[in-house]
Design a protein around this ligand. Structure first.
Ligand code: 3HC
Length: 680
C-alpha cells in the first residue's frame, strides 16, 4: 500500500492502492508510519509523496464513511504531514481529488504535471473537505478562488493550479519524480500553510451565497462549505480545523450525504452487466447511422459527432433532412456562442456528418439507430429494410420509448444484432440512455451498447423489454395520477408543488407542458376521452403553444390558467365527478409512492438488474433530486412500511389497474430492503 525508497537523502513515499489510491485505513497507517520514521532517520533530509499508477489519489475511501475506522483519521494524518520537521513535497500527476488534494495541501510544496486534475469534489457527495481542505486551500489561493473550487466541486488543471499558486512548479510526467526529488533536496525548511493567515470581507460570503442561491437551495453541503471557508478567514488554523471537523461530522451523518454516496456507487454499478464475462470481445463501432433527422435523430447524432464518431443521417424528404442538419448546426453554434465550443470544434463536428436521402448510405455503418415516430408497423418496415442493407455484424438499434424491441427484432433475420438505445430528449443533453436487451440480443451487442454509451458521455442503464422500459413505465402511473387528481378537485399547482418540494425542477403537469401535451395524441379534435384530449382540442399543447395545464409568458414562466381550469371543470362535470379536497398525502401516494411501487415490480420482474439502476434512471432522465438518492433509495428512507401502508389506504384511488408489488409488500412486512441484504 505504501512503498518507500531512499534517493540519497530524499525519501520517496509512494501511495499504491489501485484503482484510485483511495486513502483507506491501511494507506493512512502506512503514510503515518513513513512520515514518523523519516523524522528520526538521520539519513532523510526531505520527503516526496507521490501516487503509483495513473494518479496521486482519488481521495478518502468513500466506503469507510459512516463506519468506525482505524486510526489515524485523514485529518490527523494531514496535520502530521504538515507538522513534519523535514520538508515534504507532493509530486502530483493524473488526479488529486478530495483527500488526495488535502494530503498535497498538508505537504509544504507541490509540483504537478500540467494536465493533472486537482479538486475538492466532496460537495458532490454531500460533504465538505474534511481533512483541512476548507482551511488550507483559502490560505493558499485566497478565499474567493477557494469558495469557487470547494462549492462547485469542479477540478482545475495543473496548469491553472500553477497560475493561481496552488502548485509551486509544473513538470513533465516523465521527469516529475526526479524534479520533485531535486526540488525537495534544495529546500532548507518546511513552509507550513497553517502558519499563513487569510482575511476576507464578510460580505464576500453573503454575495457568494446569493449568487449561487438557485444551485445550492435545499442542499446542506454547500452552505456548510461556505461556513467552513468563512471560518478560515476568521479563526486561527487550529480552531478553523475544529470547526471544519464539526461541520463534516454533521454532514457525513446526514441523509443527504448518505443519498449522494449511494448515487456515486449506483452510477458505477449501473455500468456492470450481471453475468457478463469481463473480457467479452466488443464489436467495434467507428461509424454510426441514424434514421430520422427529427428532434430525436438530430440530438442522438450530436452525441456521436461530438465524440468524433462519423454519422450518416438518413431522411425521406430533402426538406426534412435540411431542417434536421440546420438544427444540429444551430445547436452547436448556440453552444459556441456561450463559449463552450470553439468555431473549429463546431466545424469539426459538422464535417463528420453525412446527410443522405438514400437508405443504402447506411450500408457501411457499424451501428444504425432508428429514431422515427412511435409506430410498430413503421419501425418493423424500417428494420426489414435494414436487414437487406446493413452489413453483416452491424448492430441495429431502435430508439423506441415504449414499443417491444423483441417484436421489432422479428422483422429481421438477425435478432441477435438488435437492441434498444433509448435516449431522452433533448438527446444531446440528457445523460440517461436505457440500453434495452431483447430476448435474442447477443451478449457482446449489449456490452458494446453499454460501452459506446459511456464513450459518448452518457449514463447507460440496462433494461429488459416491457412497455415503456424502466423510466417511462414508472412515469405512467405518475402522470395518470396527476391528471386524475385535477379532475377530482386538485389544482395543477397543488399537484406539482409536492414534487418541487422534494427537490425536482418541476412537477408532473409542468413536465407534460414542457414535453408537449400533444405527445401521443390521436389528432382528432372531436374525439375527447381525456383531459389531455380536451386540452389538445383547444390548442393547449403546452409551453410551445403558450399554454397547457398552465399559461406561459414569453419567458416560459408558468401561471395558473383560467382556460385550462375551465376545460378541467367541463370534463369533470361531463364525467359526473364531484370535486373534493385532495391532501398532499394523497398527491404523494399517487405521484411518488406509485412510482416506487412500479419500480419494485420492474425489479421483481427482472426488467432492471438492481434497485440502484432504477435510481440512476430517474436521476439522469427525469430530474429526480440527487440528494434524495433516487426513488428506490428515497422510499427506503421514508420507510417501506409507510409507503405500503399509504398505498393501501389510497388503493381505491389508484385506479383499477393498480396492484401492490409483492416484493414491496414483502420487504415492508419483513423489514427487508429493495437493495438486497446490504440495504440502501
Ligand atoms: N473511495 C472508494 N472507492 C472509490 C473512490 C473513493 N474515493 N473513488 C473511486 N472508487 C472506486 C469506484 O467505486 C470504482 O469501483 P468499482 O470498479 O468497484 O466500480 C473504482 O474505484 C474506479 O472508479 P471509477 O470507475 O470512477 O474510475 P475512473 O477512472 O472513471 O475515475 C476518479 C477515477 C476520477 C478518481 C473517480 O473515481 C472519482 O471521481 N472518485 C471520487 C472522487 C471523490 O469524490 N473524492 C472525494 C472523496 S471524499 C474525501 O476525500 C473526504 C475528505 O475530504 C475527508
Amino acid at each position: 500500500m505504501i512503498k518507500t525508497q531512499l534517493h540519497d537523502d530524499v525519501l520517496e513515499v509512494v501511495i499504491d492502492n489501485p484503482p484510485v489510491n483511495a486513502l483507506g485505513a491501511r494507506v493512512r497507517q502506512g503514510l503515518w508510519a513513513a512520515i514518523a520514521d523519516a523524522q528520526t532517520d538521520t539519513a532523510v533530509k526531505a520527503i516526496v509523496i507521490r501516487g503509483a499508477g495513473k494518479l496521486l489519489s482519488g481521495g478518502a475511501d468513500i466506503t469507510e464513511f459512516g463506519k468506525t475506522t482505524a486510526e489515524p483519521g485523514l485529518p490527523e494524518l494531514v496535520d502530521a504531514i504538515e507538522a513534519s520537521a523535514k520538508p515534504v513535497v507532493a509530486a502530483i500527476h493524473g488526479i488529486a481529488l478530495g483527500g488526495g488534494l488535502e494530503v498535497a495541501l498538508g505537504c509544504h510544496y507541490r509540483i504537478a504535471t500540467a494536465n493533472t486534475k486537482l479538486g475538492l469534489p466532496e460537495v458532490t457527495l454531500g460533504l465538505l473537505p474534511g481533512a483541512g481542505g476548507t482551511q488550507r486551500l483559502p490560505r493558499v489561493i485566497g478565499v474567493e478562488a477557494a469558495l469557487d473550487m470547494i462549492v462547485s466541486g469542479s477540478p482545475i488543471s495543473g496548469k491553472r493550479a500553477a497560475d493561481i499558486g496552488l502548485v509551486d512548479r509544473l513538470a513533465e510526467e516523465g521527469t516529475l519524480l526526479a524534479e520533485a526529488i531535486s526540488f525537495a533536496r534544495a529546500l532548507d525548511a518546511p513552509r507550513r500553510t497553517g502558519d499563513v493567515s487569510v482575511s476576507a470581507d464578510p460580505a464576500i460570503f453573503e454575495a457568494f451565497a446569493a449568487q449561487n442561491a438557485r444551485k445550492i437551495a435545499g442542499l446542506d453541503a454547500p452552505s456548510a462549505c461556505i461556513k467552513a471557508v468563512r471560518a478560515a478567514s476568521e479563526l486561527p488554523i487550529g480552531q478553523g480545523l475544529e470547526k471544519e471537523r464539526a461541520l463534516f461530522a454533521e454532514l457525513v451523518a446526514g441523509t443527504q450525504s448518505k443519498a449522494l454516496r449511494h448515487v456515486f456507487f449506483a452510477e458505477r454499478a449501473a455500468a456492470k452487466i450481471d453475468g457478463m464475462p469481463k473480457d467479452i470481445a466488443m464489436r467495434s463501432i467507428d461509424k454510426v447511422g441514424v434514421i430520422g433527422a427529427g428532434t430525436m435523430g438530430g440530438g442522438i447524432s450530436m452525441n456521436f459527432l461530438s465524440a468524433g464518431i462519423p454519422v450518416t443521417i438518413v431522411e425521406m424528404a430533402q426538406e426534412a433532412l435540411d431542417r434536421g442538419v440546420s438544427t444540429i448546426r444551430k445547436n452547436y453554434e448556440a453552444t459556441a456562442a456561450k463559449g463552450r465550443l470553439t468555431a473549429d470544434q463546431v466545424e469539426k463536428a459538422m464535417s463528420l456528418l453525412t446527410p443522405s436521402l438514400a437508405f443504402d448510405a447506411l450500408a457501411d455503418c457499424d451501428l444504425v439507430i432508428e429514431a422515427v415516430y412511435e409506430n410498430m408497423d413503421v419501425k418493423k418496415d424500417i428494420f426489414a429494410r435494414l436487414d437487406g442493407t446493413a452489413k453483416p455484424g452491424a448492430m441495429l438499434a431502435s430508439n423506441t420509448s415504449y414499443l417491444s424491441v423483441d417484436e421489432i427484432a422479428t422483422a429481421t433475420k438477425r435478432p441477435q444484432d438488435v437492441l434498444g438505445l433509448h435516449f431522452f430528449s433533448p438527446a444531446n443533453i440528457m445523460k440517461l440512455v436505457e440500453v434495452v436487451r431483447g430476448a435474442e440480443t447477443a451478449p457482446e451487442v449489449l456490452a458494446t451498447g453499454m460501452d459506446l454509451a459511456r464513450r459518448i458521455g452518457k449514463a447507460p442503464v440496462v433494461s429488459g423489454v416491457c412497455y415503456g422500459f424502466i423510466g417511462n413505465r414508472m412515469l405512467t402511473p405518475r402522470l395518470d395520477g396527476a391528471i386524475e387528481m385535477l379532475v377530482e378537485g386538485a389544482t395543477p399547482d397543488q399537484v406539482d408543488q409536492v414534487s418541487v418540494a422534494l427537490g425536482m425542477p418541476m412537477g408532473p403537469l409542468q413536465m407534460i407542458d414542457l414535453a408537449g401535451v400533444d405527445i401521443g395524441w390521436h389528432r382528432d379534435p372531436t374525439r375527447i376521452e381525456s383531459v389531455r384530449d380536451a386540452l389538445n382540442a383547444a390548442g393547449r399543447w403546452g409551453q410551445k403553444t403558450g399554454g397547457g395545464f398552465y399559461d406561459y409568458d414569453e419567458k416560459r414562466r408558468p401561471s395558473a390558467s383560467a382556460a385550462a381550469q375551465a376545460i378541467v371543470e367541463q370534463f369533470r362535470t361531463e364525467a359526473g365527478i364531484a370535486p373534493r379536497e385532495i391532501t398532499d398525502e394523497e398527491i404523494v401516494a399517487r405521484t411518488l409512492y406509485a412510482i416506487v411501487n412500479e419500480g419494485a415490480k420492474i425489479l421483481e420482474e427482472g426488467i432492471a438488474q438492481r434497485a440502484s439502476d432504477i435510481d440512476v434512471v430517474w436521476l439522469n432522465g427525469y430530474g429526480w433530486p440527487r440528494h434524495t438518492g433516487g426513488p428506490m433509495f428515497w422510499a427506503e428512507q421514508v420507510g417501506l412500511e409507510k409507503v405500503v401502508d399509504t398505498l393501501n389506504r389510497y388503493r381505491d384511488r389508484l385506479g383499477p389497474g393498480f396492484s401492490l408489488s409483492p416484493l414491496l409488500a414483502q420487504c415492508a412486512a419483513q423489514g427487508g430492503s429493495l437493495f438486497g441484504d446490504a440495504g440502501a
